[in-house]
Design a protein around this ligand. Structure first.
Ligand SMILES: Nc1ncnc2c1ncn2[C@@H]1O[C@H](COP(=O)(O)OP(=O)(O)OP(=O)(O)O)[C@@H](O)[C@H]1O
Ligand SMILES: [Mg+2]
Length: 158
């Protein structure tokens, strides 16, 4: 049977980056990653790894797009990093044109994606981060396509 999710525990931001990087290597044009987790859980650190895995140069500093709403990075395909935290309603999200990035080219990753699940395409990856203690996080990846977990585990073991 195909696995639909896999859970990891990371003990530092560096380990969270490594996990994000492994997922980033599996992503393809058109993929959407929904990030879910409390304030300060590590969503942006995970995206730093995702960007590396997508071939974004390590000199590119990935920061939270809290005010800009969306940051764009060039890797082997374009990465659109969206943060829905400051938006109050789904109408703000749509008025800002952010849904275009979820249905266009490139890879889109969205922090606080559980706010308006209706804007997500049916097929997407979900990453749930839970704070265990100061340095530990439980990170669950829900597969974005059939065989995704197998591919992800392969990337992690390389
Ligand atoms: N295992 C870990 N993985 C990721 N971050 C960790 C870990 N342990 C501690 N941290 C700390 O948790 C914080 C995570 O910050 P980050 O900005 O990534 O969170 P966030 O979920 O994006 O927050 P926000 O909701 O404000 O956007 C950082 O201060 C980081 O140093
Ligand atoms: Mg963040």
């Amino acid at each position: 049977m195909r696995e639909v999710s896999v859970t990891f525990r990371t003990s530092s931001p560096k380990e969270t980056i490594q996990l994000g990087q492994a997922l980033g290597k599996c992503l393809q044009e058109g993929d959407v990653v929904a990030l879910v987790g409390d304030l300060g859980s590590g969503k942006t650190w995970f995206v730093k790894g995702l960007a590396l895995g997508l071939g974004v140069g390590p000199d590119q500093v990935v920061t939270s797009p809290s005010f800009s709403l969306m940051n764009e990075y060039e890797g082997r395909c374009t990465l659109f990093h969206i943060d829905a935290y400051r938006l109050e309603a789904v109408s703000d999200f749509l008025d800002a044109g952010l849904d275009d990035y979820l249905h266009g080219h490139g890879v889109a990753v969205m922090e606080w994606a559980d706010r308006w699940p209706e804007v997500l395409p049916e097929r997407h990856w979900k990453v749930r981060i839970a704070i265990l203690d100061e340095h530990s996080r439980e990170i669950t990846l829900f597969a974005g396509h059939p065989d995704a977990i197998k591919v992800l585990k392969y990337q992690l073991n390389k």
